[in-house]
Design a protein around this ligand. Structure first.
Ligand SMILES: Cc1cc2nc3c(=O)[nH]c(=O)nc-3n(C[C@H](O)[C@H](O)[C@H](O)COP(=O)(O)OP(=O)(O)OC[C@H]3O[C@@H](n4cnc5c(N)ncnc54)[C@H](O)[C@@H]3O)c2cc1C
Length: 326
């Protein structure tokens, strides 16, 4: 591994200048679950690693009548175990609880989970100079694409690996970023980008910006949310497909619906076609089937990942049903 300078900033406002404009030269470290892997595998070779954990005040969960504020250094274990999140923002608690293992959740942070890099084995494998690393080929297209995208892919077909991101987007979260000129807040949905927009990154973060906080508005009375994840093995595994659903109901009529897919697209995928079909309708098997079909209508599987289409259809139906009956 190449030697690098390890910097412990004494305040948050120092961090943007320490990161600077060249993201290949300086990187941010939070829990290190993903970043240390990238360093050890030689995927990144920075001159400087900026230790965000040296900064205080970024690891709190604050809840009041307006909603929830979660600092970027809050661990996934804190989120999973928080009684307010378990009760009122259940999709988020379940998504955090589904990540990796207890050890990973005790160390991994919310900011790191949102900003983690792709898990595609061609990106992670040193033998493949893929599009995400500045090469000219997405090896998944003609290769083993079992885990790759069925929606929103091209020219790269990674899937976004975060479990918390789809849940937070279903819950209408916003994210605050700090840069050299101050803070900006945007809907979390707009934080993530497709490879067709920015090929080598998965979000709009500038090289010298950091995620400082995620805000989730208080849900309407009676709102329910669910996160369902399908993984190949029971622990330490990323989603083959996942569905976050947030609903408000009037009796058996759906008043508002937000369905967001994970594990199937290069960014958390809002299934707006499903939302539009569900709103104002009474829950029925036919409605669930039509909503799930609409969400997958534009799917373009690559060969080895065709199974994700029926899998995701089924998960959507189960998740909407579970949220409506919760
Ligand atoms: C075996 C294994 C299984 C896993 N399973 C899952 C899973 O099932 N689901 C899942 O979602 N994830 C999974 N992960 C990924 C891991 O949980 C996340 O990467 C973790 O949450 C990262 O958090 P961290 O604090 O360790 O981030 P770090 O490794 O410190 O950082 C990750 C990336 O985010 C950047 N970053 C960190 N914090 C910030 C910030 N505040 N602002 C801007 N950029 C930032 C870093 O520069 C780095 O590029 C798994 C990882 C492993 C090794």
């Amino acid at each position: 591994m190449k030697a690098f300078e390890f910097v412990n900033p004494s305040s948050l406002k120092e961090v943007p200048a320490l990161l600077g404009q060249n993201r290949e030269k300086a990187v941010l470290l939070a829990g290190g679950i993903d970043l240390l892997g990238e360093l050890k595998e030689g995927l990144i070779e920075p001159d400087r690693v900026v230790n965000l954990k040296a900064v205080s005040g970024l690891n709190a969960i604050k809840a009041d009548g307006k909603g929830l504020r979660i600092g970027a250094l809050t661990t996934l274990a804190q989120i999973e175990g928080d009684p307010t999140i378990q009760k009122t923002y259940k999709a988020l608690a379940d998504a955090a609880a589904s990540v990796g293992s207890v050890q990973i959740r005790n160390v991994g942070t919310l900011g790191g989970n949102l900003c983690q890099r792709p898990r595609c084995w061609y990106y992670r494998g040193e033998a493949f100079h893929c599009l995400k690393k500045g090469g000219s080929t997405c090896f998944a297209v003609d290769g083993n694409n079992k885990y790759n995208a069925i929606l929103g892919g091209g020219p790269s077909y990674i899937v976004h690996p975060s479990d918390t991101a789809p849940a937070l987007i279903a819950l209408n979260a916003k994210v605050t970023l700090l840069g050299p000129k101050g803070s900006r807040t945007l809907p979390l949905e707009d934080f993530f980008v497709l490879p067709g927009e920015i090929l080598r990154r998965e979000n709009v973060l500038a090289p010298d910006e950091i995620v400082t906080e995620v805000e989730v508005p208080a849900p309407a009375p009676g709102a329910k949310s669910v996160y369902l994840k399908f993984q190949e093995k029971d622990s330490m595994d990323f989603a083959l497909s996942a569905v976050a659903v947030a609903l408000t109901m009037s009796g058996d009529t759906i008043r508002t619906a937000r369905v967001v897919l994970g594990g199937v697209a290069p960014k958390p995928w809002p299934a707006k076609e499903a939302d539009a079909l569900l709103v104002g309708q009474k829950l029925s098997e036919d409605l669930l089937r039509r909503a799930a079909d609409a969400a997958l209508a534009k799917a373009q599987p690559l060969g080895y990942n065709d199974y994700k289409v029926p899998l995701t259809r089924t998960l959507i139906q189960r998740a909407v049903m579970a949220a409506a009956k919760a």
